[in-house]
Structure formats: C-alpha cells, structure tokens
Design a protein around this ligand. Structure first.
Ligand code: FAD
Ligand code: NAP
Length: 553
C-alpha cells in the first residue's frame, strides 16, 4: 500500500489521531503502514504522553520493563535493552523518543497543539477537528489516544494563588530538575505518585511533611539492574513470552495460584505471601485465586501487608496511621515502591493525617489544617487525575445528533467495548472506559486496541463504505456486563479513581472492564468475526467529498 502523505493543502486526512503516548505513536505507525493519510496532534512539546509529563523524582513503571514495552516490532525488541527491572521515567521517555525516531513518526506529528473540538458531519460522514493553534482539518476517522491518566487534578483549596514558594503537580512536573535541598517540603497525596516520590524528596528536603488522607497498600518493587539472563531470555524468546502474557488476566507475567487463601493452613499462607513480597511488584496479586472476590480471603493478604508495615516502621503510632483499613487490598491500584515505609523512620519526615484534620487553606507561607499551621518552602501535589474521562471531556466532541460526549457521559462513561460510542460514528478511543486498560499491562491493551482499530479501518476501506457506529443496544448490553463483572469483585467497595470517586461531583461508576484481558480479547475477536456485531455499517458515501475519498481507497 503506498504511503498517502497527509494532504496538508486541503486539510483533509483519512485519520486524525489525538495524543502521542504509547497509544498514539503505535496508532500512527500502523496507519502509515496501511497507507492512510494521517495527522497526529499532541498538546505537549514532545512525544511520550505519561512519560513526558510525569517527571517527578522516583517516577518509574510498576510493571516490569520487558513487559511494559511494545511487542509489535521484532527489530525494536532486539535492539532495545532495559537497564533496570522497573525502568525510570527518563529511560521510558528515551525509549518512546527512540520509537518515534526509528519509525520516522515526527513528520506526521504536530506538537504543542491541543485539539479543542471534534464535530461530526453526517452528510460527508467526516469529522472536523479544531485546535488551539487555529488548525481546522477534516478526517474520516478520529482516534482519541488521549490517555486515561493525562488530566492532572489539583485539590480545590483556597489560597493556592497566595503561596509564595514553588508548587508542583506530579503529573505536570517541570523539565528542569527541581532541587529541594535545604527546603521544608509538603507532599499532598499518598497514591502511587506520592509513594514513589516521597522517599526521593525525603533524601533532599531539610524536612518533609506528608499530608495523608487515605493510606494505601504498597508492596516493594525489589527493583534492581536487569540481569543479563533475563535480558537475553527476553530477546531470544520474546514472541513466546508475549503470547503467554496475553493469556493472563491482567496481561502481567505473574504466577496465578488456583487456590483459595482460605483453603490453606495459616503458615502456608504466610509462606506464600512472604515469597511473593520478596519477589516484589504485583506478584502478591496472584498469591491466591479469591483475593479480589472474597473479603475474608482479601483480609488475610491485607493483614500480611499491615504486619509488614508494623515490621518496617519503628513508631507504632506512625505504622498504624500508614495501615490502610477502609478498603480491600488492590481495590485501589496497589502501589509498588522503593523504600516507602522505611522513609517514615527518618528524622526529617513527619506524617500528618488530614482525614480527621483536613487541610483548610494554603497560606502564603505554607498550609493550615484544622488543627495546625505548617511552614513550607515548596508544595507537591501528588493528588492524581480526572481519570479515564477527563481528557475526553475537555474536548468538545459533537456526534451525529449534535450532542456532546460530555453530555452523553454526564451519568458516567458509556461505550461499546471501550472502543466506540453510540451516536459518535468513526470515533475510536484507545484504552477507553469499558476496556481493560488501567486494570491491565497497558501496553498490551493499547497494542490490542490499535490493531483492532487498524483492522476495522481496513475492513471499511476495502468495502468502500463510509464507516461504522456502535448501536445503543450493544452499548447498553456491554455496560451492563462491565458493571455486572465489577460487582462480582470487591472493587466497587473502594472510593477509587476507577469509580470516579476522587473527583468531587463525578458520577460513581466502575469505569474499566475487569473481566480479564483474555476474555475481552476473545469478545473483540468474536465481534469482528461476526461482521462487526453490535455496529451499524454505514451505506456507501454518495457525497462529492465522500466519492472522492472512496475513489482513493
Ligand atoms: P498517555 O501516555 O496519557 O498520552 C496521552 C497524550 O494525549 C498526552 O501526551 C496528552 O498530552 C495528549 N492529549 C490529551 N488530550 C489532548 C488534546 N485535546 N489535544 C492534544 N493532545 C492531547 N500503566 C501501566 O500499565 N504500567 C505502568 O507501570 C504505569 N505507570 C504509570 C505511571 C504514571 C506516573 C502514570 C500517570 C500512569 C502510569 N501508567 C502505567 C498508565 C499509563 O498512563 C499508560 O501505561 C500509558 O502510558 C498510556 O499511554 P497513552 O498513550 O494511552 O496515554
Ligand atoms: P491517586 O492514586 O489518585 O492518588 C492521589 C492521592 O492524593 C490520594 O492519596 C488522595 O487521597 C490524595 N488527595 C487527592 N485530593 C486530596 C485532597 N483534597 N486532600 C488530601 N489528599 C488528597 O493518584 P496518583 O498517585 O497520581 O496515581 C494515579 C494512577 O496513576 C495510579 O493508580 C497508577 O495507575 C498510575 N501511576 C502509576 C505509577 C507506577 O507505579 N508506575 C506511578 C504513579 C501513577 P484519597 O485516597 O483520600 O482520595
């Protein structure tokens, strides 16, 4: 297939992609391989998405790098060597820049350009896309690779504008190194970003105050240099290893025990947990088959982690404060750390509970809780994201009926397979709500979506049809299934960002699909095999613009 370069003169493309993270970069590569005329817009000054924005100290992946990387290119797999078991943010960003250069992606990427609106025109069966730089282009297909965790969320405290020190959000960290040497620093938030950055900031700051509303479960990464054996094994056997991973529930290479935690003697259970703790990372999640289904089983694992916290943290009162109690283990994403709990043994670190003693105001010199005032030179918000829907809702996306996606999603996101939305023909979302996305190794889920979308576009082009749209019935059925599966687990018990609970006023609904990556992949394959079941394929486009477009494919 010839490479149909973007028609910059007329501003007419086959495909517009929004976002240049793992999703957008691979999507662009596939589109080009298939000969589609494509343009990608990215708000940032560089590619990399998550790994471009989240430059806070300690940022690294929580899935092993050999797995948290693309599998689509044999050559890429062979030529890239990871230095650590869990790569740091700079290394992952270098990798994504390497991918962009290696596959010559930059020529179709427009950086520093935020897409502000996308409007569907039913007559021409095309999308009009507008940006904050004044671009207005049209495309038959619009692919949102805008990320699940790409809209940083700041707490709504009064007084932030009066703060005289520097403040940062982990999800939008400066490009220059931030030096906290000799400073009194406050960190607000103890999710994965806080848990990764707190040990690093503590090493620099003269004093670190950690403001914790809810303690989280964290397990050690047991990070270290990637051994030559692991590296060589992956280079030699990566195709087989990747195949194995795709058959696992979260597409993460952990061993899943078929046993119930309640069916084994206490000593044996402790031995298993200890072995998994020593292994590090998400290994704990596969210790027993019923951990996410049965509260009693889950309690045994949660008790184990709490006993570890008591063993590491020397002050029992601090250990108690750090011990999560109000949600089951892993129903918020389990954190993977390096030296987190031990950080609270340092003389220069103070933990402050802001649940019973909430932060009331940011002051010019620090912050004030209900009970005390803290003098701070810098403030770090590790306060998370408007997850899964935030970046999509910021774009004015108008579908077939003229209604916006934000209006349609007022009561929570609704999609068919997390890929498409009834009323929004030819609009695709990569790793959207209703797909395994954030509950899986995201690179595996992203590659699967990119390939599904690419196959779909070829199907449409080959038949000379205008496109396709999910039906309301298929969407209703899928959302009911997503909820039913979530309700079989303990996940809805947590006030997590999976539920939208971290954003005041956001509708609470379990957003990702927890039925497992293999089941999901099978369902998508069945839909395709049945001629795109659950979608309406549109009639050939008779408009002048459509005829011209159809003639070219
Ligand atoms: P992103 O990487 O978020 O990229 C989306 C891009 O779209 C961004 O660059 C954004 O600027 C751009 N964009 C959004 N809206 C617009 C617009 N309107 N116009 C133009 N551009 C726009 N997942 C894992 O599986 N394992 C991990 O170890 C892991 N670690 C993580 C660590 C951190 C700190 C965070 C925040 C997330 C982590 N995740 C992890 C999830 C991570 O987001 C995904 O793994 C993956 O990087 C997402 O890639 P993406 O391309 O879909 O989205
Ligand atoms: P997060 O998990 O949502 O954590 C945000 C933290 O900020 C929570 O402790 C939250 O407390 C706190 N917070 C928010 N608003 C607050 C307020 N007004 N007052 C006090 N505390 C407040 O966000 P995150 O840590 O950035 O992580 C988000 C996701 O990104 C992760 O779950 C993970 O998927 C991904 N991630 C992965 C890694 C990795 O290890 N590779 C690293 C970072 C992020 P409450 O819990 O009480 O709301």
């Amino acid at each position: 297939m010839p490479d149909r370069r973007s028609d910059s003169n007329t501003g007419a493309f086959d495909v517009v992609i929004v976002g240049a993270g793992f999703s957008g970069l691979y999507m662009l590569h596939r589109m080009r391989e298939l000969g589609f005329a494509v343009r990608l817009y990215e708000a940032g000054e560089g590619v990399g998405g998550t790994w471009f924005w989240n430059r806070y100290p300690g940022a690294r992946c929580d899935i092993e790098s050999v797995e948290y990387s693309y599998s689509f290119s044999e050559e890429l797999q062979r030529e890239w060597q990871w230095s650590e078991r869990y790569a740091s943010q700079p290394e992952i960003l270098r990798y994504l820049n390497h991918v962009a250069e290696r596959f010559d992606l930059h020529r179709d990427i427009q950086l520093e350009t935020r897409v502000t609106s996308a409007t569907f025109d039913e007559i021409g069966y095309r999308w009009t896309i507008e940006t904050d730089r004044g671009d207005q282009v049209s495309a038959r297909f619009c692919i949102m690779a805008t990320g699940c965790l790409s809209t940083a969320k700041l707490p709504e405290y009064k007084g932030l504008e009066t703060f005289q020190g520097n403040w940062y959000h982990t999800g939008n960290w400066p490009h220059q190194a931030v030096n906290f040497e000799g400073q009194r620093v406050g960190v607000i938030g103890t999710g994965s970003s806080g848990i990764q950055s707190i040990p690093m900031i503590a090493e620099q700051a003269s004093h670190l105050f950690v403001f914790q509303r809810t303690p989280n479960f964290s397990v050690p990464a047991q990070n270290g240099p990637l051994t030559p054996e692991v590296s060589q094994d992956w280079t030699a056997n990566h195709a087989e290893r990747r195949q194995q991973i795709r058959k696992l529930p979260f597409a993460i290479a952990i061993e899943h025990s078929p046993d119930s935690a309640l069916a084994v003697p206490t000593e044996e259970r402790q031995r298993v947990y200890e072995q998994r703790w020593q292994r590090g990372g998400f290994a704990m999640m596969g210790a027993f088959a019923d951990l996410i289904f049965n509260k009693e089983a889950n309690d045994t694992a949660a008790d184990f982690v709490r006993s570890k916290i008591r063993g590491i943290v020397s002050d029992p009162a601090v250990a108690q404060m750090l011990s999560p109690r109000d949600f089951p283990l892993a129903t918020k994403r389990i954190c993977v750390d390096t030296g987190y709990y031990a950080t609270f043994n340092r003389e220069n670190v103070t933990l402050i509970d802001v649940r019973d003693n909430p932060i009331e105001e940011i002051t010019p010199t620090g912050l004030r809780t209900r009970d005390a005032e803290y003098a701070l030179d810098s403030l770090v918000f590790a306060s998370g994201f408007d997850a899964m829907t935030g970046s999509l809702n910021r774009i004015e996306i108008r579908g077939r009926t003229g209604a916006t996606l934000k209006q349609k999603w007022a009561q929570g996101p609704r999609t068919y397979l997390g890929l498409m939305i009834a009323g929004f023909p030819n609009l695709f979302v990569v790793a959207g709500p209703g797909s395994p996305s954030v509950l899986s190794n995201m690179v595996v889920s992203i590659e699967h979506h990119v390939e599904w979308i690419a196959d779909c576009l070829v199907y449409i082009r080959d038949r000379g049809i205008s496109g396709l749209e999910a039906t309301e019935a298929a969407e209703d059925e899928w959302i009911a299934h997503v909820n039913a599966v979530a309700n079989m687990t303990l996940f809805p018990l947590a006030n997590s960002w999976y539920m939208g609970a971290n954003v005041p006023g956001k509708t609470r609904i379990f957003m990702p699909y927890i039925g497992g990556f293999p089941n999901y992949q099978k369902k998508c394959a069945e839909v395709t095999a049945r001629g795109y079941e659950g979608f309406v394929l549109s009639i050939p486009d008779r408009s002048a613009a459509g005829a011209a477009q159809a003639a070219s494919w």
